[in-house]
Design a protein around this ligand. Structure first.
Ligand code: ADE
Ligand code: ZN
Length: 321
C-alpha cells in the first residue's frame, strides 16, 4: 500500500536493525549478548524477555553520535514505508542516565539527524519516555530533562516499560511536570494490564494511550474513549508477536474502530516483530477489509492527535487528503 502514513508510536532503540547492533558490538570489541537467533534476528520469549533483549541491545548504543546515527536509520526506514510524520519515543535514562547536561548533548545530536531527514520529507518529533520498571523516582529525572528541553524536537512525554510494575498514578508528578512544560501526554496502558490501567492513564490527563487495546474488555470504557476522542496508538503485530492475541482475527482493533474509538496504527519496535507500517496496513486490509478511505481517516486522526504545532498539523492534513 503506497499511502502516506503517520506513525505515532515507535521506540527509537526498538527501531534498531540487528545489523546496527552487531556493528556497534564489533566496533567496540564487546561480546554480543544472547539476543539473536541463528538467522541473526532478535529472539525472546514473551514480554518480560522482550524487555530484557531490548535493554541488552540498547546497552550497546552508547554515544550521542550512535543515537544520531540511529535516528537517521529509523527515520529512513519510516520513509521507505511512506511515512511523512513520525513520533519517536526517546529515553533520557538510556541517553546519559537522565542527567540533564548529558541529555542535552544526546538531544542536540539526535535533533540534527532528525532535521536532515525532515529536509528529505519525514518530519519527526520526540516523546520523552521514562521506563516504568525503573521506578517513579528515576522517571522524575526524565521529566525534568523533558521539561527543560521542551519545544523544538521534544514535544511529548509518555511512559513505557513494564506495565505489570507499579501503576500510572505513581508517575503523576512526572506527568504534571511535563504538562506544565507544554508537552503532549501519552501513556502505555491496556497492553499487559487491563482496562483499569487505561482509566488510571486517563486520570493523568493524557490525550493518547499507547496500545489501550484491552479497553475492549470494558464496554463503558470503550464508550468513554470514543466520547472523549482519545487516540489509541495501536501496534497490532507487536500485540500478536508478544502473545497478547493469538492472531489477527482476534485482535480488537476493528471492534474498537467500529465502537467509534480513534484508532491509529504504528509498529512499536519493528525489527523485533518483523513488521513494517506497510505490512500492518496490508494485514488490516486482508483481515478486516479496510480500504484506502479507512486508512486515510485513521491517518487524519493521527494528524489531529500528533504532538506538533498547528502549522505542521495543517500541512499533514493537507498532505493526507
Ligand atoms: N518498550 C519498547 N517496546 C515496548 C512496549 N511494547 N511496551 C512497553 N515498553 C516498551
Ligand atoms: Zn510501545
Amino acid at each position: 500500500m503506497t499511502l502516506k502514513k503517520i506513525e505515532l508510536h515507535l521506540h527509537l532503540e526498538g527501531a534498531a536493525p540487528p545489523s546496527f547492533i552487531r556493528g556497534l558490538a564489533a566496533r567496540d570489541g564487546v561480546d554480543l549478548p544472547r539476543i539473536f537467533d541463528a538467522q541473526g534476528r532478535y529472539i525472546y520469549a514473551g514480554f518480560a524477555d522482550f524487555l530484557r533483549v531490548y535493554e541488552a541491545a540498547t546497552a550497546l548504543i552508547r554515544t550521542p553520535a550512535d543515537y544520531a546515527h540511529l535516528v537517521g536509520v529509523a527515520l529512513e526506514q519510516c520513509a521507505e514505508q511512506g511515512a511523512i510524520y513520525v513520533e519517536l519515543f526517546v529515553s533520557p535514562e538510556f541517553c546519559g542516565g537522565a542527567d540533564l547536561p548529558a541529555w542535552r548533548d544526546y538531544l542536540a545530536a539526535m535533533t540534527e539527524a532528525a532535521e536532515v531527514l525532515g529536509a528529505q520529507g519525514v518530519d519527526s518529533r520526540a516523546i520523552v519516555t521514562p521506563i516504568r520498571h525503573r521506578g517513579s523516582e528515576r522517571a522524575r529525572w526524565s521529566a525534568i530533562c523533558a521539561a527543560e528541553t521542551a519545544g523544538g524536537w521534544v514535544t511529548g512525554f509518555g511512559l513505557g516499560g513494564d506495565e505489570t510494575v507499579g501503576r500510572p498514578q505513581d508517575f503523576a508528578w512526572s506527568f504534571d511536570c511535563a504538562r506544565e512544560a507544554g508537552l503532549g501526554l501519552t501513556c502505555h496502558a491496556g497492553e499487559w494490564a487491563g482496562p483499569q490501567s487505561v482509566r488510571d492513564a486517563l486520570a493523568l490527563g493524557v490525550t493518547r494511550i499507547g496500545h489501550g487495546v484491552r479497553a475492549i474488555e470494558d464496554p463503558a470504557l470503550v464508550a468513554r474513549l470514543a466520547e472523549q476522542a482519545i487516540t489509541l496508538e495501536i501496534c497490532p503485530v507487536s500485540n500478536i508477536a508478544l502473545g497478547l492475541y493469538p492472531d489477527w482475527r482476534s485482535h480488537p482493533i476493528s471492534r474498537l474502530a467500529d465502537a467509534g474509538c480513534r484508532v491509529t496504527v504504528s509498529t512499536d519496535d519493528p525489527p523485533f516483530f518483523h513488521t513494517t507500517l506497510t505490512r500492518e496496513y496490508d494485514r488490516l486490509a486482508e483481515t478486516f477489509g479496510w480500504t484506502e478511505a479507512e486508512f486515510t481517516a485513521m491517518n487524519r486522526w493521527a494528524a489531529e492527535a500528533a504532538f506538533c504545532d498547528d502549522a505542521t498539523r495543517q500541512r499533514l492534513l493537507a498532505a493526507l487528503g
